[in-house]
Design a binder for this molecule. Structure first.
Ligand SMILES: CCCCC/C=C\C/C=C\C/C=C\C/C=C\CCCC(=O)SCCNC(=O)CCNC(=O)[C@H](O)C(C)(C)COP(=O)(O)OP(=O)(O)OC[C@H]1O[C@@H](n2cnc3c(N)ncnc32)[C@H](O)[C@@H]1OP(=O)(O)O
Length: 229
């Protein structure tokens, strides 16, 4: 698995695959607002197959592919700041990036999310790159938690708007091999006032292996209470 992964990374033909290509274009708008939830040469056959399968499901409108950017659009940040922050953004934060998208292409998290708002589900197809190692050969628990947080967070966001994670409870059942593809499957359980409850499991593509199970509690932010910086 690791050898296949290394080979794929070595043979990346696109400009994104060339070392330094991302750094060079860091400040360009095109780079910042590129949609990363689309296939790139680092994607394995498994990830491509899942992507193609769900793009077909999008044709009747039941499922939607969620685009994904490294940085929030400035107007979104402005809106968030106006509603929830009591101090202005510090200079450095204008270059802030979404953590799961901040690693070089193919080395960290390669993923695409699809949502079904009727079924209140968000699925994330995730390929875990070689820079996410914990125990040798396997994925770091913090990396798994990151994607569980992001997927359940998206599920809560679609139901409740702007939310923050208040509690995340994860059981790690079996280790995830580095460079493999897994499915993070999240489901909205209930909404009680400002509390949004989501559950989630992480399985292998053939569904035979349960890697992790989790529950999350998300709280809808209250515009009357600013987040302190
Ligand atoms: C920047 C631009 C943004 C633009 C956004 C645009 C689009 C967004 C797009 C997509 C989003 C999609 C995906 C999300 C992606 C990633 C997800 C990552 C999310 C995170 O990674 S986020 C970081 C970690 N997260 C924190 O850093 C939170 C720290 N925390 C706090 O900031 C506060 O804690 C807060 C705000 C959570 C609540 O504070 P608060 O003052 O508003 O509310 P309060 O405390 O009154 O709680 C209300 C009721 O919830 C109960 N409650 C609260 N906490 C509980 C707990 N832990 N367990 C059990 N019950 C709890 C209370 O008991 C009460 O219950 P009751 O009403 O029944 O008494």
């Amino acid at each position: 698995m690791l050898r296949t992964c290394a080979k794929r990374l070595r043979t990346l033909g696109s400009p994104l695959g060339q070392p330094g290509a991302q750094r060079r274009s860091f400040s360009s708008e095109k780079f910042i607002h590129k949609d990363y939830a689309l296939p790139n040469p680092s994607w394995s056959k498994d990830l491509r197959l899942l992507f193609d399968q769900f793009m077909k499901k999008c044709e009747d409108g039941s499922w939607k592919r969620l685009p994904s950017y490294r940085q929030n659009f400035p107007e979104k940040i402005q809106e968030f700041q106006t509603l929830y922050l009591d101090s202005s953004l510090a200079k450095g934060e204008q270059h802030a990036q979404q953590f799961p998208r901040s690693l070089d292409v193919g080395l960290g998290f390669e993923y695409v999310m699809f949502c079904n708002d009727v079924e209140r589900k968000v699925l994330c197809f995730l390929q875990v790159g070689p820079h996410l190692q914990g125990t040798p050969g396997f994925v770091h628990g913090g990396a798994i938690a990151t994607m569980i947080d992001s997927t359940t967070g998206m599920c809560a966001f679609r139901a409740g708007g702007i939310v923050m994670t208040a509690n995340l409870n994860i059981n790690f059942r079996s280790p995830i091999p580095l460079c493999s593809v897994v499915v993070v499957d999240s489901q909205l359980d209930k909404v009680e006032g400002r509390k949004v409850f989501v559950s989630c499991n992480v399985r292998s593509v053939d569904k035979k292996t349960l890697h992790s199970e989790a529950t999350g509690l998300f709280i809808k932010l209250d515009p009357d209470k600013s987040l302190k910086k």
